[in-house]
Structure formats: structure tokens, C-alpha cells
Design a protein around this ligand. Structure first.
Ligand code: FCB
Length: 496
């Protein structure tokens, strides 16, 4: 095996190299679907030719079609009704952290425009809307007295959605930790998991009567790694050991919140939202680094939640592993933690953006076309492979896809977006194919409903199916919104 290469010098949300050399995305999608070649982490390349059938692919009755957003990315109104600061307020205010030096104000100002936005969702035919609650609107310092005005905003939003026949899918934590909790140790501290459970309890009490899907955490991996190891997201730390603690304490928070949910007797469903990524070994003679990367990226989160165990190969100093001290990671785990983390859930939410290649020494390799988000390697077939893997390797659980999408090619307002239509169509086809092969997939949400504040990229990446002019807050549905409306109305996707 070649000398292990530590990649700490190349840490960004983009961990992949560009290799598409001028191929347009539409051409690339056509070239890679059908007939993409994927390989398991064990390195065995398997040609998997597949073509969508000529007739429309129909989804099961009751299939949920939705669109997703998150609080800090769309709400704006950062000081309205006494909202407390989050780590993203603090981070975005630091010079040089956000590509265009922007902040979460005004974002898409949904705090003030939610009623119009719900009407827009209705006009698109959405069956569900996924949004997140800003913890520091509800509890200004993350704990203590409830800020009624902040909580009431979410009551109004939920009522508006239910009135329009749109199912709320409510994320409790989408990375905007109250700054006061960060000051007290953040996710490095076990106490944050307890505070999260208390906050979740407040939300269940206020909103739990609604028929809703609840998601405890959004992408604990991205928050742990990009925020605590790469330093590219809030809170901007660069410590693999802190990232490992953030993994365990977020997962513990998830389990404690699931227990609170059960205790509350709420009628809805609950689970976590994990971003998962097929890892393909590009040097089949040296597959170990890909196996370790798979452990770090996927099994480190799936196994504890669904099986009640941590994989033993995710943390350590081998290429592909999270380079934290395995003994310290073990020490964080108190007796009973894994039982809490694996408290039975009603669903697993998957966020799928693409695949990654990994070479024999742990470098990420581009094996698929990328988008303006250069961390994204687009491979619709990877979604099918991922869904089938979940069915085959994990206990049965209903699945929903709660994020899936691409950014526009430029930072400018774009209304004609053929690349996004091609992306969505090909991913819907792979989802339908997986359902046909027995995967219990129950819904598909696009990322995102609206152009918004894309974290460290600020307003330079537009991911919406609806364009937003941030100066006027005017909303204009893109061509992909029309495409999505047609898919929803037919509950099926055409070949082309
Ligand atoms: C996901 C995040 C979401 C958005 C998309 C593009 O990882 O959950 O907030 O940034 O990526």
C-alpha cells in the first residue's frame, strides 16, 4: 500500500478535484445516465447499465413531493422578536469567512413573507415543506425561558401550511447553534446534547399536535467535519478531536430528542437527516482508503442510529479516516449512549448530492461531472446504489430523500435552468427504479425551494427552483419549478 497521505492541508467543503474539462452538465448527465459504472468500497467495479423505460415511471400513491429550506438560509430577520445570536451570525460577521462577505440578512426574508411563500408552494403543488426551527429564536441563549414571540412564528407557519394541505417537515437543528451554547463548549460538550433535548421538548409541546415529520439533526457529518475540522463553516474550528466529539454529542442529542418525542405522545414521525455518499475506489488494488472513507462518511452515522454500534474503522490515522484519537472518541461514550442513539425512529431522511472517488492513498478523485458547487460529483445512479445498499445492509425503515439538487451555473438570477431539470429528472428516475426494486422510499424533497444564503458561499450559489431577487425579494419560479409541478401532478416521471 502506498504511503498514507494526510490531507489536512486541503480541507474545504470541496474535497474533490475538478476533472470534467468543459463538458456541459446536461451532456455529462446524458453521458453518465444510464450506464454509469459504480464500484463498492471493496473496489470491485460493476458495470450497471440501466435505461429508463419509454413509458412514464409512476410513484406509489401518497408519495410525498416536497421542497426544503433551513432557517438561517432563508428567514432573515436576524433580530426580529428578540432572536438570539447563533454561531452562524458570529461566523458570517468575521472578515473573509463568506465568499461575498454577506450575512444571513436579508436572505429570503421568509420570516416576514411566509404566508406568500406558502401560497407559492400551493401553486407549485407541493405536498410537503421542510423548514428548520431557529433554536435561538425559541430559546435566546439555547436554554431557559421560552421566547414566545419566536415560537409563535413557527406556530403561524405550521398553521399556514396545514391550512394549505401541505405537510410540515420540521428540522430541529440545521447548524445554527445558539452562540451562548457555543460559548459554553458547543458540541464538544456533552451538556449541549441535554440542552438540545430540552429545546426539542419545547418544540414538541408547542407544535407536536400537528401531523408532521420531525427531523432531529440536519447532516451531523457536515456540521461536525466542515464546522469543527475543516474550519469552513461555523463555528470555524479546526480540530479533528472536536469534530469527533461533535459527532458523538450530536448523535446523542438525536437519541435524547427521539425519546422526548415518544414521551410527548406527538402523532407525527421522527428521524434524522443524513447526507450519504457512495464511495468508489479508483485503485481497486488498494481499496482500504475507500473503505475507511466510507466508514467516516456513511457508517459512522448510519450504524449508531440504525444498529446501535459504531464502526471500528471510521476514526484513526489511516488515509480516509477521521484523524482523531480513537481512545478519546471511545472515552466520550458513556454506558447506555448507544442505546439512546439507536432509539427506534420512524424514518430515515437521506440527503443525496452525488458520489466520490477515492484513490489508494485517500485522495478524493473526480469520477463524475461537478456543478458550480465543486464538492458535488453528480451521479444519479449513485442514488439508486445508495438506496439499495440501505435496504440490503440496514434494518428496514421508511426512507425519504430530504435534499437533492444542484446550484445554477452562475451567481446571477437564472430562470431557465435545463441542467436542474435534467438533474431532477434523472434522480427521480433512479428513485422510482429503487422503489421498483423494493426500497421503502416514501418521498422526495428538492433542495431548495428558494435561492438562499448558501453558507460559506453566501449569495453566490443559487439552489432554488424559485429564483429570489435579494434586493426586492421578488420570487420567480424557474423552469425546473414547472417541471417539478408536472411531475407532482402526474405522480410520475417521463423518460425525457
Ligand atoms: C446541504 C445542506 C443545505 C445546503 C445544501 C446545498 O449539505 O444541508 O443547507 O447547503 O447542502
Amino acid at each position: 500500500m502506498p504511503t498514507p497521505l494526510r490531507r489536512d492541508g486541503d480541507l474545504s467543503r470541496r474535497t474533490f478535484l475538478l476533472a470534467t474539462g468543459g463538458l456541459t452538465l446536461t451532456a455529462a448527465l446524458a453521458a453518465c445516465t444510464p450506464g454509469a459504472t459504480t464500484a463498492s468500497p471493496s473496489g470491485s467495479a460493476t458495470p450497471a447499465p440501466w435505461s429508463p423505460p419509454a413509458e412514464p415511471m409512476t410513484f406509489p400513491k401518497g408519495y410525498t413531493w416536497g421542497a426544503s429550506t433551513s432557517a438561517f438560509q432563508i428567514e432573515g430577520a436576524l433580530t426580529a422578536d428578540g432572536r438570539g445570536a447563533s454561531v452562524w451570525d458570529t461566523f458570517a460577521a468575521l472578515p473573509g469567512k463568506i465568499a461575498d462577505d454577506s450575512t444571513g440578512d436579508p436572505a429570503a426574508d421568509q420570516y416576514h413573507r411566509y404566508a406568500d411563500d406558502v401560497a407559492l408552494m400551493s401553486s407549485l403543488g407541493l405536498g410537503a415543506y421542510r423548514f428548520s426551527i431557529s433554536w435561538s429564536r425559541v430559546l435566546l441563549t439555547g436554554a431557559g425561558e421560552v421566547n414566545q414571540a419566536g415560537l409563535d412564528y413557527y406556530r403561524r407557519l405550521v398553521d399556514e401550511l396545514l391550512g394549505a394541505g401541505i405537510r410540515p417537515t420540521i428540522t430541529l437543528f440545521h447548524w445554527d447553534l445558539p452562540q451562548a451554547l457555543q460559548d459554553a463548549g458547543g458540541w464538544a460538550s456533552r451538556d449541549t446534547a441535554e440542552r438540545f433535548a430540552d429545546y426539542a421538548g419545547v418544540c414538541f409541546e408547542a407544535l407536536g399536535a400537528a401531523e408532521a415529520d420531525w427531523l432531529t439533526l440536519n447532516e451531523p457529518k457536515t456540521h461536525a467535519f466542515v464546522g469543527h475540522w475543516y474550519g469552513v463553516h461555523a463555528p470555524g474550528l479546526r480540530s479533528p478531536d472536536t469534530a469527533a466529539a461533535a459527532v458523538h454529542h450530536q448523535l446523542l442529542a438525536h437519541g435524547l430528542a427521539v425519546q422526548r418525542f415518544r414521551d410527548s405522545g406527538a402523532p407525527g414521525r421522527i428521524g434524522a437527516a443524513l447526507n450519504l455518499i457512495p464511495v468508489i475506489a479508483t485503485e481497486p488494488d488498494y481499496p482500504e482508503a475507500a473503505t475507511f472513507t466510507d466508514a467516516r462518511e456513511n457508517r459512522l452515522f448510519l450504524d449508531p442510529i440504525l444498529k446501535g454500534t459504531y464502526p471500528d474503522d471510521a476514526v484513526g490515522d489511516q488515509p480516509g479516516q477521521l484523524p482523531a484519537d480513537p481512545a478519546a472518541f471511545l472515552e466520550l461514550q458513556q454506558p447506555g449512549d448507544l442505546e439512546v442513539i439507536s432509539a427506534p425512529c420512524d424514518l430515515l431522511a437521506i440527503q443525496y448530492y452525488g458520489v466520490t472517488g477515492v484513490d489508494g492513498i485517500g485522495n478524493t478523485v473526480d469520477i463524475a461531472p461537478t456543478s458550480a458547487a465543486t464538492w458535488q460529483q453528480i451521479d444519479p445512479q449513485g442514488l439508486y446504489d445508495l438506496l439499495v445498499r440501505l435496504k440490503d445492509e440496514y434494518p428496514a425503515i421508511p426512507l425519504i430523500i430530504t435534499e437533492n439538487g444542484i446550484p445554477d451555473p452562475t451567481p446571477d438570477i437564472t430562470v431557465d435552468d435545463p441542467d436542474r431539470i435534467a438533474f431532477l429528472r434523472s434522480h427521480f428516475q433512479q428513485a422510482a427504479r429503487a422503489i421498483g426494486d423494493g426500497v421503502p422510499l416514501e418521498g422526495h424533497y428538492v433542495w431548495s425551494l428558494l435561492d438562499n444564503f448558501e453558507w460559506a458561499e453566501g449569495y453566490t450559489q443559487r439552489w432554488g427552483i424559485v429564483a429570489v431577487d435579494f434586493a426586492t425579494q421578488e420570487r420567480t419560479p424557474k423552469a425546473s419549478a414547472g417541471f417539478f409541478t408536472d411531475v407532482i401532478a402526474a405522480n410520475s416521471v417521463n423518460r425525457d
